[in-house]
Design a protein around this ligand. Sequence first.
Ligand SMILES: [Zn+2]
Length: 160
Amino acid sequence: MPQPQCPYCGRPTQLASFQEVYPELQAPEPRLYYRCAPCDAHIQCDLQTLRPQGRLANPQLRQLKRQLHARFDALWKGPHSTLSRSAAHRFLAKLMEMPDAACQLAWFDLAQCQRALRLLGDQQAMQAAGQRQARPVRSRLGNTIVTVRRSRSIVIDRPA
Ligand SMILES: [Zn+2]
């Protein structure tokens, strides 16, 4: 694969080391990037094949991608999550109306990131609302206490 063009300005990108991309940080392991310095855009590439591992991202896209990764990870790593990572991925593909194989966060552009964030946000809000509803609801009429359980069965307590 030839080196990618910068999607922002159309110029060819340059290979760059971690130190060139993040001069203020220390590389956790050897890393190589394609970079467009004028656009402050880069993407990591595979050390052997030199394939870019996603879409070149400028600061705005990198920011959205961090948010999206956090929200996606909450789907399968969250304290209440029941999905495996691959199930979470299939779920996102379905939300995005994309084939599973095409639904790769690393290749999402700005509009796709925004859409995924919105869809996952809606989904999580709905789940939270569902969990609120699933809690037992208790109401009281005089001495009588009515409990609607998660199972939707109703218990009526009438203390003597
Ligand atoms: Zn550029």
